[in-house]
Design a protein around this ligand. Sequence first.
Ligand code: BGC
Length: 783
Amino acid sequence: MQGGRAALSKSVRRYMNDSSRVGAMTSHFGVLVALRGMLLVTFMSTSIANPLNSTGSIDQRVAKLLAQMTLAEKIGQMSQANASDGYAPDYLGDGLRAGRIGSVLNVVDVVVVNELQRIAVEESRLGIPLMVGRDVIHGFKTVMPIPLGQAATWNPDIVRDAARIAALEAATTGVNWTFAPMIDISRDPRWGRIAESPGEDPYLASRLGAAMVEGFQGDDIAERGTIAACAKHFAGYGAAESGRDYATTNIPENELRNVYLQPFKAVVDAGVMTLMTSFSDLNGVPATGNEFLLREVLREEWRFGGFVVSDYDSVRQLAIHGLTGNDKDSAFEAVMAGVDMEMAGDAYIKHLAELVEEGRISIDTIDSAVASILRAKIRLGLFENPYTDPAELPPLGSEIALQTAKKAALQSAVLLKNDQEVLPLSTDQLNSLAVVGPLADAPYEQLGTWVFDGDRETSITGIEGIRDLVGDEVDVNYVRAMDTSRSRASKSFDEAVEAARGSDAVVLFLGEESILSGEAHSRADINLPGEQAELVRRVREAGKPVVAVIMAGRPLTLTNIIDEVDAILFAWHPGTMGGPAIADLLFGVESPSGKLPVTFPRMVGQIPIYYNQKNTGKPPSPDKIVHIDDIDTHAPQTSFGMTAFHLDAGYTPLFPFGHGLTYAEFGYANIRTSADEVTVGDVLIVSADLTNHGDIAADEVVQLYVRDLVGNVTRPVRELKGFRRVRLEPGQTINVDFELHTDDLSFYGRNMRLTTEPGEFHAWIGGSSETKLRTEFCIIACN
Ligand code: BGC
């Protein structure tokens, strides 16, 4: 090892002596550089070559290191310490010197991170650098829309770019590992963490999860500015009973494989370096101790070569679940199941050595866990470049970062309703506009959940965006009306009504603050909180066109306000650039183009309601349902259609998966396939014509759905199998085609093997999961 601070490059030393620089950078709005240009920056190397490790293949380097390590040092690599309180080098220094810590989380001061790396690299016996983890979930300083909002873009390119920006910004602090993407399928909007998820569909989640991994990890993970991704939470977390976070999940293996595991397989194929276990109990075995998931599926079937980290202290929680009786047995179960690194707890550090000495855990098991961690560190280039010089990376909050955040916000907003085409608003036709509501000017709240490092100072709100856009042309009358979305007080409502009366139109900014979604923030009632519905009703009395912009971390049940407003733009939590993006959409600078990545129920009792459900033996239809209010009490009936519906909610959602309106007018026609039959192993083309009959250029997300009519296990009524975002000029017609390989139609049947079954299929193309434009084809077996 090279000696002391002298080994650091001059620039790193400069940063270690000047911590104020980092703070100053947060407010620096950087130069206009294209994303591509950023990626081509040639980085200075601090080149700390560790003689133990610098030569040979990755496996040789790992083997050489392992041969030198004591059992205690190996266990150290398997342990991650929380570094969030106080000056971490003071309280972690001894552990680092003794080689008892392999990773830290929650430290984002580059000076501190560099010092922790220095102690690990230069003062520990083997000089193994640290993985530095952080939840960089949807941006770092520049905050992108929440992941559920990003999923509404149906745009892998923007999702990739957003992750790239997040990685570049996070890397300035020395963070080299993010705990994202979260790819838990969720069919339950009550669950607070649906905000972090890609929604309900395994195909959409797979495509977007893979794009996020590519964005974080780049083309070359050893390059500066790339960080290791961590797909989470493996697996099933999103199926928490009643959407109550951390609650039990029971998912039959068939459903687990066909739905919940699919995105994880996709990110493993995309090269994700790490996976995190779920907190939850899956079918009786908590995920952190679940050998079936972590060994059988992940390692044996999928050949995952990265490493698995537990969730925060979830190893010790195995005892709380009741899977084990104490921390020692929890350490045993987790290691045997395949958890390579323990996050934040101390079960590994305290008990693994004894478990090895007792012969309960073999040294080979330990070695293979440590090897996968060392491999990741080598691949990240940490042995050569453990230190960070922020000056080698693009500045925080650069113009390109802000533009990416705005583009993502523009594409994520979903126009749910637009009666009489009240939107777009026009500065030519409006003299005055009332802007009302608790979320019109809430810079922090619009960032959403998981924004530890998000910069609220640069967040631009809806009212700011509107004022900037309309300038002097329109008088903007702003009334907050409620302190928060949860307020019960209605004393300012009169003022809001007055503003509405005195204006040509009203834009209401409603929804939920960031605190109402995210981890441990589940809700049982997902109506607009507080007195917001009453505010809508009161404002409606003014008799002006009313547009609702809703910011939220989840689908909300909007049944009680849907008829009180003319238009609804669902903006999720749109991030730093939410305001300008919303203003552009309201005034038609750009057409809304987001599509729902998750079904919106009419009422909570319908949950779970999702588009890719099974048909049942008694499928409902409009003529086979009855509404509770229509039951004739004088002539009691015994049968109300005998189908799968709710007497008080029917069977359809308020808004279906894939739904999203536009200011253009898109028409689909002429769906066809390249052949009537396709042989197993071959490709079929399914296509349709798309025309923009409107008078504005706009993006449309074209969606392909398929139904396998007969299966050895029943198949969903529709499954998304392709999508593409396209832009059409007014009057333009294009042909949109999708390649469908028969492998894309495979599924896990009764024998739990992935198979494509010959038979009849239906295919639909359109702008939502309810499209009616259908064709048919057959898969035939090869001879
Ligand atoms: C969450 C993880 C997160 C971890 C570290 C846990 O509570 O479930 O998603 O990555 O904390 O912050």
